[in-house]
Design a protein around this ligand. Structure first.
Ligand code: SF4
Length: 482
């Protein structure tokens, strides 16, 4: 019997970080960001290959392919099932793609996206899901194999697959059990990078391929704007450092990848785990040959951890500083203080570890004075790079509830993103005023002569990197004025 075929893909169109439940970032309109690897598709592919299916994986958006290329693949590969990653922003266009493919080819359609995690019926009612068969809201690697096995081998039942929505015999959408998480991350195969075009996913400064490696899932914090505690759980589930190192070695030896993004909701949340990971790298055959970047919170954080990370090959650490106002940090339930933000930045400057500062403005309670405090912190901390996003009330977050109660939602939160908010603004500022302040912070930071000279100095021996910086600078300015 011939193998059943599954096509896994990101559709053609604008660049979105589709594999990220938390960020789903609009890459085209941001600053110095590059697309991260399509690990969600890679994990799904690895599971399906293990189950005996024939798999094709295509990231049409990053490849720059148009809809005709997708149609050609549908004709030639003739998949029995298609699985597409969607985002809250692109969902309406994504469904148009689904409707077109279903009407022409009739495959089983599976969608994966954060908005299907225990969703409100009112939100589902806004979507034309008539041609969708399964919706995965949870972690794809724990669901896709079971859905395929049910559809093609008659194994199990949809109601037994946690964190999905399926259609019953009457065509009604039925949720299964949500808020349950599989613990054993080491048991999962590594993403099927042999099917991914690894050269598409680059380190923004050097343009070298960069693999994304998920090291942990979940976050105990409760930031009001973040989907992570809801989707990945408040308990952090770690892979073992040994298992992570094995994946890095596979990337290096099989695919020639020397740069890594350690994807964890907070990489430094457990200092002992981080230290063990760094020591393993230092004593491995990869030491001195690879570099990595990771996200961090400013609490808990130790200077020693940052030092060890640098020694192990960390070239950049990214902090979610979010705000320069303690009152706003408290209201967003970040669980950190401005003093801790300053401390983390100071340690990085002392150690010589480059860092990225993420800031968010436009929270419901923010005044102009609060946002100017954030600008003050941006300048004081003086990161190597910054991004300032607009607080987005995702479905399922406490911030969504606040915006609803305060009548701050101008339109549906579907279809909006960090740079095109669905909110009317804050209780004190219009969205135009918030956007103006964003522009003011970004231009004020990046156009400082001191900053430009510093970056030029750093790039004396790497002219290629300087060219990249200039390109990102031009993109930023164009985006801010368009
Ligand atoms: S620290 Fe906050 S923003 Fe970061 S992953 Fe946890 S809940 Fe989300």
């Amino acid at each position: 019997m011939s193998k059943k075929k599954v096509l896994l893909f990101y559709p053609p169109g604008a660049l979105f970080q589709r594999g990220e439940d938390r960020c789903q970032q609009n890459i085209d309109d941001g600053s110095a960001q590059a697309m991260r690897a399509c690990n969600d598709l890679g994990y799904a592919a690895a599971i399906l290959l293990k189950g005996g299916y024939e798999v094709k994986l295509q990231d049409y958006q990053t490849q720059g392919d148009n809809f005709d290329v997708l149609l050609k693949d549908m004709k030639e590969f003739a998949p029995d099932m298609i699985m597409m990653s969607i985002t809250n922003t692109t969902i309406f266009d994504d469904l148009k793609v689904v409707n077109e493919l279903k009407s022409r080819f009739s495959p089983i359609v599976v969608l994966k996206g954060a908005l299907f995690f225990d969703p409100e019926q009112a939100m589902l009612d806004m979507l034309d899901l008539s041609n969708v068969d399964y919706m995965i809201g949870g972690e794809i690697d724990f669901c896709i194999g079971k859905i395929a096995d049910y559809c093609f081998k008659g194994v199990g039942k949809p109601e037994e697959i946690n964190n999905i929505l399926y259609k019953n015999e009457e065509g009604k959408i039925v949720p299964t059990k949500f808020h349950v998480w599989d613990e054993d991350l080491d048991s999962q195969p590594f993403p099927a990078r042999q099917l991914m075009n690894n050269a598409l996913y680059i380190r923004p400064d050097t343009k070298e391929p960069m693999a994304t490696i998920q090291t942990a899932r979940g976050c105990p914090s409760q930031c009001v704007f973040c989907l992570t505690p809801e989707i990945s759980g408040k308990k952090v589930r770690f892979r073992s450092p040994q298992n992570v190192l094995e994946e890095m070695i596979e990337c290096y030896e099989k695919f020639g990848i020397r740069n890594f993004f350690f994807k964890a909701d907070t990489f430094t949340i457990n200092p002992d785990w981080v230290k063990e990971m760094c020591k393993l790298i230092i004593h491995s055959k990869l030491y001195g040959k690879i570099q990595f970047t990771a996200n961090s919170r400013v609490r808990p954080l130790q200077k020693d951890t940052l030092k060890l990370m640098k020694k192990a090959g960390c070239f950049l650490v990214a902090f979610g500083f979010e705000s320069g106002s303690d009152e706003i940090l408290q209201k967003m339930r970040k669980g950190t203080t401005v003093a801790e933000n300053r401390q983390a930045a100071k340690w990085c400057h002392e150690i010589g570890l480059p860092f990225w500062g993420y800031f968010v403005i436009g929270f419901p309670w923010e005044t102009k004075e609060d946002i100017l405090l954030t600008k003050k912190l941006v300048m004081e901390t003086d990161p190597d790079f910054i991004e300032v996003t607009i607080a987005l009330p995702f479905y399922g977050t406490p911030m969504y509830e606040t915006c609803k109660q305060e009548n701050l939602l101008a339109k549906s939160v579907l279809g909006s993103d960090f740079f095109h908010s669905s909110a009317k603004g804050t209780m004190h500022l219009s969205i135009d005023e918030v956007m103006k302040l964003r522009r003011n912070i970004l231009l004020g930071f990046y156009l400082r002569p001191k900053y430009i000279f510093r970056k030029m100095k750093e790039c004396v021996t790497q002219p290629g990197v300087f060219v990249q910086y200039v390109k990102y600078g031009i993109k930023l300015v164009v985006n801010l004025f368009k």
